[in-house]
Design a binder for this molecule. Structure first.
Ligand code: UD1
Ligand code: CA
Length: 481
């Protein structure tokens, strides 16, 4: 079989505990740029067109498997964490096919590896008909890593683990990333790995010696950028990895025609899509399945999660949107909160301190100030006055209301749900509306006003002299009466 036809299988090692995270969450599930770390490895493997992907789980296996359930990968449980050699064997034996593929080994905690790099590694492996190709990189100080020892001709001879390295070996800058491409014999050879070393672990790196005994070709493929194989072992490294990923994502968006004002402050999860001429002001956070169309502006410090923003939408600073659909030409904020189930059709205006939830607002609706609109549909061109509240909750149940088109709701009205307000109706300011309002009617539901002439003069005149001394303008007014 020529290498072009040779399939690729992937084994991802993710059974380790990750004690340095000091966390109840398994290390590989800590999120970076919107995905659990291990999901980045899965994504890279899938982008390579892998035939079969097996994730080796152990610590927190149920959680890890649940987090990856939708990805289509399969799992192999490593009963005890006996070392990378044993983990690989457990994974390789769970592969669907045996003996016909190149096998790529990845770790669950190296989220920065790019598919392009893995493609180049695989190409090098195949071009040289190598049996084992090790992905390596250089660091001025490679403490903690296995070091790559080469012979006088530059061929890889050995990998020495930190614990077993002599001072001269520790000075070697080239290190083993833990990523390998192996030929189809690897599972067979891995059965011969022993735990005969000071740590009592099964070292996957022992494969190198086993391949060499077979007279097989072993190569190292050296990366230019050691960052790519950086493992996130503690929360400091996790933050560093997240920063690198954010920079990559932001750079790609800028190159595709998005303006990022102060990109270092902007966080865009890699599941988000952005159109051309989108402008993101400082501090914007975009999460989940958010889709932003051409020409949208999102104001400073806004957080948008799982939302769709259609063409030309303007979100003003400090707005929070989740599960919302904002139609063409609408504007939202500043300080607006759109909660799940919000649908703004075209050219809707939502101003400051307006909260919506499970609310459909038709074209041209205006809710400019201080409102709560929950479980309601509102027809076109309706004006929602400042301070309008849809009282949708009776303490036990939520109730649905309908407001027609062209309605004028005066300021500080409360609509006690469930309510139906007909088209072109008026609601007087300050009303507590507890009965439905038919089309074209005016509803006034507030106490009748009493006006008592001369009341202030009587009130202030009855006060102690000392009080009036503190209110000189009022004292003067009283004298003029
Ligand atoms: C390993 C390499 C070392 C390399 C380094 C790169 C060996 C013997 N050494 O060392 O040369 O420089 O990675 O990071 O392989 N895992 C399991 N089951 C186990 C043990 C580990 O699934 O029983 C997983 C871990 O979750 C982790 C990965 O394998 O994702 C690496 O394990 P780790 O113990 O961190 O290996 P290192 O000692 O760092
Ligand atoms: Ca490690």
């Amino acid at each position: 079989m020529t290498h072009k036809e040779r399939p690729l299988d992937v084994v991802i090692l993710a059974a380790g505990q990750g004690t340095r995270m000091k966390s109840a969450l398994p290390k590989v599930l800590h999120p970076v740029a919107g995905r659990p770390m291990v999901a980045w490895a899965v994504k890279a493997a899938q982008e390579l067109g892998a035939r079969d992907i097996v994730v080796v789980t152990g610590h927190g296996a149920e959680q890890v498997e649940a987090a990856l359930a939708a990805s289509g990968v399969r799992f192999a449980r490593q009963a005890q964490q006996l070392g990378t050699g044993n983990a690989f064997l457990v994974g390789a034996e769970a592969l669907r096919h045996q003996g016909d593929a190149d096998i790529l080994v990845l770790y669950g905690d190296t989220p920065l590896l790019r598919p392009e790099t893995l493609r180049a590694l695989l190409a090098d492996h195949r071009a040289h008909n190598s049996a084992l190709t090790i992905l390596t990189a250089e660091l001025p100080d490679a403490t903690g890593y296995g070091r790559i020892l080469r012979d006088a001709d530059g061929h890889v001879e050995r990998i020495v683990e930190e614990k077993a390295a002599t001072p001269e070996e520790k000075a070697v800058r080239e290190f083993n990333s833990g990523v390998y491409v192996l030929d189809a014999r690897a599972p067979e050879l891995a059965r011969r790995i022993t735990n005969d070393n000071p740590a009592g672990e099964y070292y996957l790196t022992d494969l190198l010696e086993l391949y060499r005994q077979e007279g097989a070709q072993v190569r190292a493929f050296k990366l230019h950028d050691p960052d790519e194989v950086m493992g996130a072992n503690d929360r400091v490294q996790l933050a560093q990895a997240a920063a690198v990923l954010r920079r990559r994502i932001n750079t790609a968006h800028m190159q595709a025609g998005v303006t990022l004002q102060d990109p270092s402050t902007i966080q865009i999860e890699d599941t988000v899509t952005l159109g051309r001429d989108v402008t993101l002001e400082p501090g914007v956070i975009l999460r989940g399945q958010t889709r932003v169309a051409d020409g949208v502006t999102i104001g400073a410090y806004s957080v948008v999660t799982d939302s769709v923003l259609e063409e030309g939408v303007i979100v003003k600073p400090h707005s929070v949107l989740e599960g919302a659909h904002v139609g063409k030409g609408s504007d939202v904020g500043p300080f607006a909160r759109l909660r799940p189930g919000t649908v703004l059709e075209e050219s809707v205006h939502i101003g400051n301190f307006v909260e919506t939830k499970n609310a459909r607002l038709a074209e041209g609706v205006k809710a400019g100030h201080l409102a709560y609109l929950g479980d309601v549909t509102i027809g076109a061109e309706t004006n929602v006055g400042a301070g309008t509240i849809i009282a949708n909750f009776d303490g036990v149940h939520k109730h649905q209301s309908t407001v027609g088109a062209g309605v004028f709701i005066g300021s500080n009205a409360t609509l006690i749900a469930p309510r139906v307000i007909g088209d072109a109706a008026f609601i007087a300011a300050g009303s507590a509306v507890h009965a439905d309002v038919p089309e074209g009617a005016l509803a006034i539901a507030r106490g009748k006003q009493r006006t008592l002439e001369g009341w202030s003069r009587r009130y202030w005149s009855g006060m102690h002299e000392g009080v009036r001394k503190k209110l000189p303008w009022l004292a003067g007014w009283l004298e003029r009466q």
